[in-house]
Design a protein around this ligand. Structure first.
Ligand SMILES: [Zn+2]
Length: 176
């Protein structure tokens, strides 16, 4: 009898934990981060994850930009008109990319920065669409972030033109 009782207790406990499990993801970003074993804001070890794996983890919008170098439509991104103080991380892997101090209001329709975290980004030559551009990628996971141009404001004269979907903002007030 005792055994049956304890089995019943175990079953009911399991049922409780099953009910509790889906913590009602409010946004796609949280959903992505929670189910992403590669996401870390402190580990800068280079990742080598195939696209077939990223496709299972990332939202379709993020996958298209980050892994297929798609560009979000101008003036639609969540960080285009956004000036809170904090840090910007790679939405794919959590690598630190920008500080809000280097963000400036650009009229181009995408969030723009005049300086990047040197340990956060890497560059590739991009000649797609008959243009000569420099692609900016995350140094840790190689995800596409946007492009960099030399028409930015002082002090650097550089403009990092980024896709909002590739970025994850953490405000200074949210830091623990
Ligand atoms: Zn990354």
């Amino acid at each position: 009898m005792k055994i049956i009782l304890s089995i019943l207790i175990i079953i009911s406990l399991q049922m409780c934990s099953q009910i509790k499990q889906p913590e009602n993801p409010k946004t796609m970003e949280n959903f992505t981060t929670k189910n992403n074993p590669y996401y870390s804001r402190t580990d800068r070890t280079k990742l080598s994850v195939p696209n077939s794996e990223w496709k299972k983890i990332l939202s379709p919008d993020l996958y298209a930009v980050a892994r297929e170098a798609d560009t979000e439509r101008p003036f639609t991104g969540k960080y285009n008109k956004f000036d809170e103080l904090g840090e910007y991380y790679c939405a794919v892997c959590g690598n630190h990319l920008f500080r809000s101090d280097s963000k400036f209001s650009s009229t181009c329709g995408w969030p723009s920065f005049f300086e990047a975290d040197k340990e956060g980004v890497a560059y590739n030559r991009d000649t797609k669409y008959g243009m000569e551009r420099i692609e900016v990628v995350c140094k840790r996971c190689d995800s596409h972030l946007g492009h960099v141009f030399n028409d930015g404001p002082p002090p650097t004269g550089t403009r990092y033109c980024m896709n909002s979907v590739s970025l994850e903002f953490v405000g200074d007030s949210e830091k623990k």
